[in-house]
Design a protein around this ligand. Structure first.
Ligand code: ATP
Ligand code: MG
Length: 562
């Protein structure tokens, strides 16, 4: 490809809304352009890389026996009503009406649609497992679309679905998909971790996320040397509290002191000695939750514990009723709620501080059992670095990641609600055991940039997904010798089956180098002054950032076959 004839509209300035490097590079380097918040066009470079990522995904999905299909983006609301997600998916689901006033959904995911296809067309256990996938556009009206294609409202996802006869069969298929995912992200040369995850609105019991290691990642992962790793949304670290002899409980005046920070300051006590009382409405009931002062409540854990999405903060009226006090002073002693739960971080605490259910009052030296009866200890707070690993009790450390893939064991969530059944070998009608498996294709592309870009050496695309394998950079195209050599190399490399780009534009060297760093082609050959002086070419290997001056006859052996 001749750079002068290609469409790579580069720009010098970072886009105003860009917070992370991949967003900046993709816009400045001419990979993408924004149309609206979270809605992007992939320009030639962007689509070229995306197709290569898709090729790797297809290779590994095909290998494990998944068949590619292509489902519609538009789906009738009836299917979503059958599964129950019409009501629970919320504002993230884009809904439209047709000219007959019928409701439709722009698919945020495709469980309902694929289940409709399978329930109509697969009848016998003999046809199972049935495994299908597609690479399709998804719509999610994200509350905060940002980071370019990383969190779009319209984005490309590879989504796959499996239908098995038995639970064991479903786990086997899930394990196969897990291996395929590992092969995909290894092929993409990404450093990543597989972590335990919450299932969210997709549902099911077990799920794992694939996290690309990157400081800019939105997800926090807690991990242990023993191999345990979990998204903080799911991680279950063990918290320890020192044991002490019980002291007498007493009320203290705490004028205008409400938050944990204020209480800690005012009473000169660590947050670990304070217990917060949080009131939530869960399926219409007002329940209390005690959490250690240095922790935050994790609603995702509560959604899975209570198996419902119907969980929200209690309304002011309900809080006042339960505490007989204005907001800010709720405490467990004398609290009027249906049930009082406590996070496991509270277990073993003694002589702690709580709200006094009275204006400007807290209670000191409160103790479990003597002063507070808890119905059950449950894991309902975010754990933290330094908590103990639930598997081996070593200390957990944390790092940031970008979620590029998510795999789920779904069980019969969709097959039961949508009455999708097959006949087993005894002629018995049973619901399919399902699994589903997603990869954000555009997000993966951005994640590669987050991981492979560095300020000094620019971008580096791994060979298998690079937009080009080799870039030829003649520095002064007006010089016949330079231009002649560059064109000769260009033709030769093409004849060797490399995908080559030559920057044949008559521009100053500084601009050409800067744009080359945005393009990130893994091998760059500079034909410049050194060539005129000594016949040497400069080869840059972007994967190692190593530059070497070499003779032409050594060039080809230094560029691996694509
Ligand atoms: P997140 O927590 O980041 O919103 P999710 O859990 O909602 O992700 P899934 O429903 O598991 O995502 O979707 C499968 C994959 O699709 C994700 O692992 C991610 O790579 C990608 N994905 C999800 N939402 C977006 C988005 N708004 N833009 C781009 N890719 C996305
Ligand atoms: Mg999401």
């Amino acid at each position: 490809m001749k750079r002068s004839q290609y469409f790579i509209p580069t720009q010098k300035e970072d886009p105003q809304d860009a917070e992370i490097v991949s967003h900046k590079i993709m816009v400045r380097g001419g990979y993408i352009r924004k149309l609206a918040a979270g809605v992007y066009t992939l320009l030639p470079l962007g689509i070229k890389i995306q197709k290569k990522i898709e090729k790797i995904i297809r290779k590994h999905m095909d290998k494990i026996g998944f068949h590619e299909i292509f489902m519609p983006i538009l789906s009738p609301s009836e299917l979503w009503k059958e599964s129950g997600r019409w009501d629970v998916y919320g504002k993230e689901m884009m809904r439209i009406k047709d000219r007959h006033d019928r409701d439709f959904v722009l698919g945020p995911t495709h469980e309902e649609i694929v289940t409709e296809i399978v329930r109509k067309n697969v009848k016998s256990y003999k046809e199972l497992p049935m495994c299908l996938y597609q690479i399709q556009t998804k719509f999610r009206d994200e509350i905060r679309p940002r980071f370019g294609v990383m969190r779009g409202r319209e984005f490309t996802m590879k989504d796959a679905y499996s239908f098995d006869a038995t639970e064991e069969g479903a786990i086997e298929t899930y394990t196969k998909a897990e291996k395929a995912y590992n092969n995909i992200f290894t092929d993409l040369q990404l450093e990543y971790s597989e972590v335990e995850a919450q299932s969210g609105p997709i549902g099911g019991s077990t799920s794992k996320e694939f996290m690309v290691h990157a400081k800019s990642g939105e997800d926090l992962i807690l991990a242990c040397k023993c191999g345990y790793a979990a998204n903080v949304e799911k991680a279950a670290g063990i918290v320890e509290n020192p044991s002490e002899d019980m002291k007498d409980m007493s009320a203290v005046d705490t004028p205008n002191v409400k938050t944990v920070e204020e209480v800690a300051d005012f009473l000169d006590t660590p947050k670990e000695k304070i217990v917060k009382t949080i009131l939530l409405q869960v399926k219409g009931k007002i329940l209390g939750f005690l959490i250690r002062g240095d922790r935050e409540i994790n609603l995702d854990k509560l959604r899975s514990f209570f198996r419902t999405d119907d969980i929200d903060l209690a309304l002011e009226d309900d809080i006042v009723k339960a505490t007989d006090a204005p907001i800010g002073f709720a405490g467990p002693v004398g609290l009027k709620v249906e049930k009082l739960f406590a996070d496991t971080s509270v277990e073993g605490m003694s002589n702690f501080v709580v709200g006094g259910n009275k204006t400007d009052t807290h209670l000191k030296n409160v103790n479990l059992e003597r002063d507070v009866q808890v119905a059950k200890f449950i894991d309902c707070a975010y754990c933290q670095e330094g908590d103990k690993c639930p598997k081996c009790e070593e200390l957990l450390s944390s790092f940031r990641g970008i979620e590029v893939g998510h795999i789920f064991v779904l069980g019969t969530k969709y097959s039961k609600s949508m009455n999708a059944k097959f006949l087993d070998e005894n002629g018995k009608s049973l619901p399919f055991q399902m699994g589903c498996y997603g990869i954000g294709v555009g997000r993966t592309m951005a994640a590669v940039i987050e991981q492979k870009y560095n300020k000094e050496n620019g971008m580096y695309w791994p060979m298998k997904i690079a937009p080009f394998h080799v870039e030829i950079l003649p520095l002064n195209v007006k010089d016949d010798k330079v231009r002649g050599k560059a064109e000769e190399l260009y033709k030769k490399l093409i004849s060797m089956n490399y995908d080559v780009i030559i920057d044949d534009r008559d521009l100053n060297a500084g601009i050409k180098f800067a744009e080359s760093d945005l393009l990130g082609v893994p091998y760059r050959v500079v034909v410049g002054r050194k060539f005129l002086e000594s016949g040497k070419l400069e080869l840059l290997n972007r994967s190692t950032s190593q530059k070497s001056d070499i003779d032409e006859d050594k060039l080809f052996e230094n560029i691996p076959r694509a």
